[in-house]
Ligand binder design. Structure first.
Ligand code: SF4
Length: 455
C-alpha cells in the first residue's frame, strides 16, 4: 500500500481500502485470499485496520463458529463507520449462503451478501452497490467449480489450491452440504497447470483443499483418482511440498495409506477428523466409521510413515453424549496421541439432521468437557514437541515471526511452527533448524549449517 505521505506528495489517486474479517476454517481463509486477488486491479487495496476501510467484508464460517452471533456482533461494531462515512459492508461465506435475504432485511446497514460459490461476481456486486442501484443478494450454487477458482497471489511460497468443493456426506451436525453444495471436483488438468504456474512464480508448497479430498472425482470414471492426482503433482519439478486437507476417515483407504510413503513431496502430516470416540455418538453423527476402524487406520499409517504427524477435529456435547461417551473420546485420544487437535462444543446448525434433536447437554457440562479435553491434549502436544528438542528439522520459511521482527517463522514437513533468529532473506527457503525448545503451540530453534544431517 502507498504510504499516505507519498500519496499527498504525488498525483497518485487516493486508493480505497478493503478490510476483510475472516472467521473459521482454511477453506474460508483461502476464500479471503481469493477475494483479495479478485480485487486486484479494482480501486481497492487491502488494509489491516477496519477504521480506515471504505469497504468491510465479513467472511463467515458456520462450520466451526457460532456464525450468526459473530456476524451480528461484527455488524454492530461497524455500524458507526457506516453512519459516519458510508462504508460499504458485505457478508460473504456460509452465513451469507444460509441466511441470504433474511440477513439483508434484518440489517438495513448491510449492502450485500454473497455466497461462497458466487464470490467471482464480487466486482459486479460492488459496482452495483457503489452505483447506488440496489442492495444485492447473490447466493446459490455453480455447477462449474473452475468458475469460482481464482489463482492465489503469485508470489506466495505457500499456496492453497482448491481441488473440489462441497460434500455429499451429510454428517448430522454439519451445515457444509447445505451451504457449499454437493461434491464437485475440478478437472485434474486445470489443477496441475495451476500448480505448475504457481511453482514457476516461486511457490514451494501447495495445500490441496476440499471438504473431503479423498473422494476427489469419485463419480467420474474418466478422471484421475485422488491418489493418481497426487502422483502427478508429485512429479512437478521445483515443487517441494504437498499437503491436503480434509480427509474423511471412511475414504482414507488402506491403498491410499500404502502409497503415502512413495510420494516424496507429500508431507508427513494428515488431518483426519475423528469427532468422537464413542460408536454410539459416531453413529448418531452419521460419520460412517467406528472408533475401531479409525484406530486401525492410524496404526496402519504409523506403520507406513512412522514419523507422520496426525491432527484431528473433535466435538464435545453432541446431543445424547453421556459421560461414558466422553470418556471414550479421551480413550481414543490417549490411544492415538494426536500431534494437535481442534476441539469444539456442539451447537446446532439450522437445517441439519441433529438440529431436530434436543440440544440436551447443558452449556456448563459442554464447557467442562471441552476444558478437560483441551488440557489433556495440551499435555500430549507439549510432550511430543519436547521430544523434538535437539532434532534438526527441515523448515520452509514463511516470514517474520509474530514474536519478534528479528526472528523468522517457518513450518516443518509435519506442520509444526518453528521460530528462530534469522533474516528475511530466508523467506521462501528450506533451511535446517536445530530445535532447542518444544512449546505447546510451536518450536524454537537455531539455524543450522548445511552439513548437519536432517533427522
Ligand atoms: S464430511 Fe461431514 S463434517 Fe465434513 S464437510 Fe462433509 S458433512 Fe461436513
Amino acid at each position: 500500500m502507498y504510504p499516505l505521505s507519498a500519496i499527498a506528495a504525488t498525483n497518485i489517486p487516493m486508493q480505497k481500502r478493503v478490510y476483510i474479517e475472516t472467521y473459521g476454517c482454511q477453506m474460508n481463509e483461502h476464500d479471503s485470499e481469493r477475494i483479495l486477488r479478485l480485487l486486484e486491479g479494482s480501486d481497492y487495496l487491502e488494509t489491516k485496520d477496519a477504521q480506515e476501510a471504505d469497504f468491510i467484508l465479513i467472511n463467515t464460517c458456520s462450520v466451526r463458529e457460532k456464525p450468526e452471533h459473530k456476524v451480528y456482533s461484527a455488524l454492530g461494531r461497524y455500524r458507526w463507520l457506516k453512519e459516519k462515512r458510508g462504508v460499504i459492508i458485505g457478508v460473504a461465506g456460509c452465513v451469507a449462503q444460509q441466511e441470504g435475504e433474511r440477513i439483508l432485511s434484518k440489517f438495513p446497514l448491510l449492502d450485500f451478501v454473497v455466497g461462497p460459490q458466487k464470490i467471482h461476481h464480487l466486482n459486479e456486486i460492488l459496482g452495483e452497490v457503489e452505483g447506488g442501484r440496489r442492495r444485492v443478494c447473490e447466493i446459490g450454487f455453480e455447477d462449474n467449480v473452475s468458475a469460482n477458482t481464482i489463482l492465489p497471489h503469485s508470489t506466495q511460497h505457500r499456496a492453497f489450491v482448491t481441488i473440489m468443493q462441497g460434500c455429499d456426506n451429510f454428517c448430522s451436525y454439519c451445515i457444509v452440504p447445505y451451504v457449499r453444495g454437493r461434491e464437485r471436483s475440478r478437472p485434474s488438468h486445470t489443477i496441475i497447470s495451476e500448480i505448475e504456474a504457481l511453482v514457476q512464480k516461486g511457490t514451494k508448497e501447495v495445500i490441496l483443499l476440499g471438504q473431503n479430498v479423498n473422494s476427489y472425482a469419485k463419480n467420474d470414471p474418466h478422471e484421475l483418482t485422488f491418489l493418481q492426482l497426487l502422483a502427478k503433482i508429485n512429479e512437478i519439478q521445483g515443487l517441494e511440498r504437498i499437503r491436503f486437507t480434509t480427509s474423511h476417515p471412511r475414504d482414507f483407504t488402506e491403498e491410499f495409506i500404502e502409497s503415502f510413503a512413495g510420494l516424496r513431496r507429500l508431507c508427513e502430516h494428515i488431518h483426519l477428523p475423528f469427532q468422537a470416540g464413542s460408536n454410539t455418538v459416531l453413529r448418531r453423527m452419521k460419520r460412517g466409521y467406528t472408533k475401531e476402524e479409525y484406530l486401525a487406520k492410524v496404526i496402519k499409517l504409523r506403520e507406513v510413515v512412522p514419523n507422520a504427524s496426525i491432527t484431528s477435529d473433535v466435538m464435545v456435547g453432541f446431543p445424547g453424549e453421556k459421560e461414558r461417551d466422553f470418556a471414550q473420546t479421551l480413550d481414543l485420544m490417549r490411544a492415538v496421541q494426536f500431534d494437535g487437535l481442534y476441539s469444539f462444543k456442539y451447537s446446532p446448525r439450522k437445517g441439519t439432521g441433529a438440529a431436530r434433536w434436543r440440544d440436551d447437554i447443558p452449556a456448563e457440562i459442554k464447557q467442562r468437557r471441552l476444558e478437560i479435553l483441551q488440557e489433556f491434549q495440551r499435555g500430549i502436544t507439549l510432550r511430543k514437541n519436547k521430544a523434538l528438542e535437539s532434532d534438526v528439522l527441515e523448515v520452509l520459511v514463511e516470514g517474520c515471526s509474530r514474536n519478534s521482527p528479528r526472528e523468522m517463522m517457518g513450518r516443518t514437513r509435519c506442520n509444526r511452527i518453528v521460530n528462530f533468529p534469522g533474516g528475511d532473506d530466508l523467506v521462501g527457503e528450506s533451511v535446517k533448524v536445530k530445535i532447542e525448545v518444544g512449546l505447546t503451540n510451536s518450536l524454537r530453534g537455531e539455524l543450522c549449517y548445511k552439513e548437519e544431517k536432517i533427522c
